[in-house]
Write a new protein. Structure first.
Lengths: 128, 158
């Protein structure tokens, strides 16, 4: 399973990578913002995208909308992991096509659970 | 300062420290900040906008910042470096997010900017409001039982 982790903070990318490692996912590519992530997605295939919301250059929600509007990548499960905890933010992300929404701070178990659900989706053939 | 502005930051700090770091913080006496300078050696600063405009800062002494970073990452870092600065920036972001969730319960909707981190004590900060700045100290134990403090400073427009 190949995962693209998008967050402007290296700390959070490392935390997410550590959680992924705990569930035997070692193939992880990092991007610092949505714009960089879209460039990576042009050349590589992924089974899962985990993205922050508030980032410079291109925000997570803009990135999510771009992904869901692209035939080649719209089926890749998209988990938003963000500090944006307000109800209005959760609703906006889900309406924009996020498959799951995790609010920081999160426990590793919470993220693992979301990834496991996404893995099932990938195995059922809904991945990109 | 109306307590409705203080409580979201208190709840957010307690939740974030407990969930991310497994640390119970003890809040000290809130004070009005007499200067506009950083309290500690590493300070995360974030502007807030929306229904109200304001500024949020969290500040740690070197030992406190290192303890936070090492606890979060399972590391043994003993100098303030880019990784520690990054971690304090992300912590500012997450505390702000939790606080904004609490503000939403009082029908105050706030948006946050990307935080910046200042390294150095007594550095002048640019609070975007002219109202008094409230400073909330949060105490926590570090290795060997020493006590460290995180100052959370905030101010809103009238």
């Amino acid at each position: 399973m190949k995962v693209l982790v998008v967050d402007d903070f290296a700390t959070m990318r490392k935390i997410i990578k550590n959680v992924l490692k705990q569930i035997d996912i070692e193939s992880v590519t990092e991007a610092e913002n949505g714009k960089q992530a879209l460039e990576i997605l042009k050349n590589e295939k992924f089974d899962l995208i985990i993205s922050d919301w508030i980032m410079p250059e291109m925000t997570g929600i803009e990135f999510l909308k771009a992904c869901k509007g692209d035939e080649n990548i719209k089926k890749i499960p998209f988990i938003m992991v963000t500090a944006e905890a307000q109800k209005s933010s959760v609703i906006e992300a889900i309406k924009s096509g996020a498959d799951n929404y995790i609010v920081k701070p999160f426990t590793p178990e919470k993220l693992k659970e979301a990834i496991e659900k996404a893995k099932v989706k990938v195995m059922q053939g809904f991945g990109g | 300062m109306d307590v409705k502005y203080m409580n979201p930051f208190i709840i957010a700090t307690q939740v974030v420290f407990k969930t991310m770091l497994g640390i119970d913080v003890k809040m000290g006496r809130p004070e009005l900040k007499k200067t506009r300078q950083t309290n500690g050696d590493v300070t995360g600063i974030m502007g807030l906008a929306g229904d109200q405009r304001g500024t949020l800062c969290i500040s740690f002494r070197k030992e406190g910042a290192l303890h936070i970073y090492n606890t979060l990452m399972g590391d043994g870092c003993n100098e303030i470096n880019e990784d520690v600065i990054d971690a304090i920036g992300e912590l500012t972001n997450i505390i702000s997010g939790q606080a904004r969730k609490e503000f939403e319960k009082s029908n105050i909707n706030l948006k946050a900017a990307i935080p910046m981190v200042v390294v150095g004590k007594d550095v002048e900060m640019n609070f975007i409001t002219t109202l008094p700045i409230v400073s909330l100290p949060f105490y926590f134990s570090v290795n060997g039982g020493n006590e460290e403090v995180m100052y959370l400073d905030f101010s809103f427009e009238a």
